[in-house]
Design a protein around this ligand. Structure first.
Ligand code: PGA
Length: 249
């Protein structure tokens, strides 16, 4: 069975004391599902968060990293730096990184290779914009994002890849893809994986949905057969809401 995952992407929210407060709230929550739980605080708080959650089953992950080992890349953070503060998993290709920081399929392919070289797990994000969906091109767009950034990989690398389908029009907007739209796209993604890598990779790859997942809609979205969990933005900033989503499985 493929892993179920609920990951909270805190984005550029929470300074150190807010991070401490949210983590202590998270520690009081009762987990009743078997989903893996992850949170992605800002870089500055990763060390604190990974220490504070060390003996729990909440994994602390990074929101981004650079594709080089080290060097003259002012303001960037490397895989070794992340690993040295206890981080084993990195989110790559979030639509905000693509839109505001010019991340392309090509640069993301390099980041993917770098993360794998350092034995890190990757949550790889992609998704169409509103115009793409309006013109019926959503599958074409998603297919090319996946192919360009990931289809150079060997089959064996896929055990470290989690996919996160996040339609840009649903992120932070309160507008969610319907459970049917999510299922339709997830099934398409699995079919695309199967064509390239075969049944075993397609069936074992976790595919998350992201975009305005809330306590009141998580259960329905997660009930779809090809939806294996969620990447949660806004609702991950409140421990109770986040755990209602975790426990929606
Ligand atoms: P949202 O963000 O849940 O606030 O829509 C999701 C994401 O960006 O991963």
């Amino acid at each position: 069975m493929r892993a179920k995952i609920v990951a909270g992407n805190w984005k550029m929210n929470n300074d150190l004391s807010q991070t401490e407060a949210l983590i202590s709230d998270l520690r009081t929550q009762n987990k009743t599902s078997n989903a893996e739980v992850m949170i992605a605080p800002a870089f500055t708080n990763l060390w604190h968060a990974s220490e504070a959650l060390r003996s729990t089953d909440i994994e602390v992950v990074a929101q981004n990293m650079h594709f080089a080992d080290n060097g003259a890349y002012t303001g960037e953070v490397s895989a070794d730096m992340l690993k040295s503060v206890g981080i084993q998993t990195v989110i790559l290709g979030h639509s905000e990184r693509r839109a505001y920081f010019n991340e392309s399929d090509e640069s993301l392919a390099k980041k993917v290779d770098q993360a794998l070289k350092h034995s890190m797990r990757i949550i790889f994000c992609f998704g169409e914009e509103l115009n793409d969906r309006k013109s019926g091109n959503q599958e074409q767009v998603v297919e090319s994002q996946i192919k360009n950034a990931l289809f150079h990989l060997e089959e064996s690398s896929w055990s470290d890849i989690v996919l996160a389908y996040e339609p840009v029009w649903a992120i932070g907007t309160g507008e969610t893809a319907t459970p049917e739209q999510a299922q339709e796209m997830h099934a398409f993604i699995r079919k695309t994986l199967k064509e390239k890598y075969g049944e075993a990779v397609a069936e074992s790859t976790t595919i998350l949905y992201g975009g305005s997942v809330k306590p009141n809609n998580a259960k329905e979205i997660f009930s779809k057969p090809d939806v294996d969990g969620g990447l949660i933005g806004g609702a991950s900033l409140k421990a109770e809401d986040f755990f209602q989503i975790v426990n929606a499985f």
